[in-house]
Design a protein around this ligand. Structure first.
Ligand code: GDP
Ligand code: IMO
Ligand code: MG
Length: 426
């Protein structure tokens, strides 16, 4: 496998973790390039369920190297916990997990700001963030007050932490939130520094040397295209670029080194948190998708909003990310639907449109234009080749691909590794 970027094409939780795990078999190095511990990537490997938040999902394959790139915002305490959890299941990250010296850190004070900011917003302005401090950490990065992993190794690191806690306390006071104890926080990071120091390296030369030595690199996106800070449903988005362009700025690999982009898309749609979602279902079908798909947040446990597949979103994602192949997941969840709808366009103020309006209030007014297909009402989770799919399921998948503008590379019909059919991507 050459260098591949894997992105989510909807609002996150498309099943990226599972597909990364499958593609890891063909890669040497797996790089997370954005987001933080707001992500929850579920991988079922050898019967055990793992939820990866910061560590690339490739870690579950022995011998593969994982990198946390500079585009990630890494919470040292969450990472230490995740490394510990992996160790408890027999997976050792030390020696094959590296963090960039340029990776920004999410600190306890970012988390406090995230939560205070959400609490202070009126109900209709709440983003519904994961409360993990992601927005404030990226805000610190661009306002040039962030602390990076390289800083953690320097002698004055703890002084800088204290300075930032004191500055944050002024902002927390303005949000009517309780102040933080600087001594306590400094002590926490004095310990974290010791734990994480062995993992921190300059990953730019590391990745470029690996590339020159012919290693295959898999770049793992978190979240999804519609949560992208630029292309998503702003302001109801995350604070980074999950789209394929983010893979280069978030890793230090050049755009010329990307050979293939895989877009992961569910056979229906889900969203967690606030913001417009044109194909959202509020009826029993929505409940059926939620229960058959176990649609609860992997990190926060929040119920996910469910709706039909949106081909307008998929086309938009194909264009922005330059998707070569789709990985279509969770087809099996639709097995009990007598009829299935696909959104092929929107109607906005009496006009039919096939682009995503940039202004969120316009998107909120969009009504989906549906095409209806009949369901197959048969179990699909046991099939081992595309040919074994019921004819109606084949017709549905083929129609989705036709409407979404790229080839089918992978079909997923269950959470386990084995429930995966490689099609275009051999
Ligand atoms: P990610 O954030 O994109 O990695 O996705 P999540 O892990 O948050 O959510 C996807 C959920 O669907 C997880 O619970 C997976 O185990 C599960 N899953 C992935 N692929 C399939 C599939 O093809 N069928 C079913 N039924 N579940 C799947
Ligand atoms: P994975 O990688 C689904 C959503 C939150 C909220 C918005 C902003 O598992 O697909 P943030 O905490 O990032 O500031 O929250 O983004 N969100 C996700 N939704 N999957 C995710 O990650 C998400 N990460 C953030 O629910 O609406
Ligand atoms: Mg997830």
């Amino acid at each position: 496998m050459s260098n591949t970027v894997l992105i989510g094409a909807q609002w996150g939780d498309e099943g990226k973790g599972k597909i990364i795990d499958v593609l890891t078999a063909r890669a040497d190095i797996i790089v997370r390039y954005q987001g933080g511990s707001n992500a929850g990537h579920t991988v079922i490997a050898d019967g055990a369920r793992h939820v990866l938040r910061l560590v690339p999902s490739g870690i579950l394959h022995e011998g593969k190297v994982c990198v946390i790139g500079n585009g990630v915002v890494m919470n040292p305490l969450d990472l230490i916990e995740e490394i510990r959890e992996l160790r408890a299941t027999g997976v050792e990250a030390r020696g094959r997990l590296f963090i960039s010296t340029r990776t920004q850190m999410v600190m306890l004070y970012h988390r406090a700001l995230d939560q205070a900011d959400e609490a202070a917003r009126p109900a209709d302005k709440k983003i519904g963030t994961t409360g993990r401090g992601i927005g404030p950490a990226y805000a610190a990065k661009v306002s040039r007050t962030g602390l990076r992993c390289g800083d953690m190794l320097a002698a004055n690191f703890l002084d800088k932490v204290r300075e930032q806690v004191e500055a944050t306390n002024l902002r927390l006071a303005a949000l009517h939130a309780a102040p933080l104890d600087a001594d306590e926080i400094v002590a926490v990071y004095a310990k974290a520094k010791e734990d994480l120091a062995p993992y921190i390296i300059d990953t730019v030369p590391y990745l470029h040397d690996a590339q020159e030595a012919g290693k295959a690199i898999l770049l793992e996106g978190a979240q999804g295209t519609m949560l992208d800070i630029d292309f998503g449903t702003y302001p109801f988005v995350t604070s980074s670029n999950p789209t394929a362009g983010g893979a280069c700025v978030g890793s230090g690999l050049s755009p010329r080194s990307i050979d293939c982009v895989v877009g992961v898309v569910k056979a229906y749609t889900t969203r967690v948190g606030s913001g417009p979602f044109p194909t959202e279902l509020f009826d029993d079908t929505g409940k059926l998708l939620a229960s058959r798909g176990h649609e609860f947040g992997a990190v926060t446990g929040r119920p996910r909003r469910c709706g039909w597949y949106d081909a307008v979103v998929a086309q938009y994602a194909r264009k922005i990310n330059g998707i070569d192949f789709w990985a279509l997941t969770k087809l099996d969840v639709l097995d009990e639907c007598p009829e299935i709808k696909i959104c092929v366009a929107y109607e906005l103020d009496g006009r039919r449109i096939t682009d995503i309006p940039a202004v969120v209030d316009d998107l909120a007014r969009c009504k989906p234009v549906y095409e209806t297909m009949s369901g197959w009402l048969e179990k699909t989770s046991d099939i081992t080749s595309f040919d074994q799919l019921p004819e109606k399921a084949k017709a549905y998948v083929n129609r989705l691909m036709e409407l979404s503008g790229a080839k089918l590379g992978i079909l997923s019909i269950g959470p386990a590794r084995e429930s995966t059919i490689l099609i275009g991507l051999q």
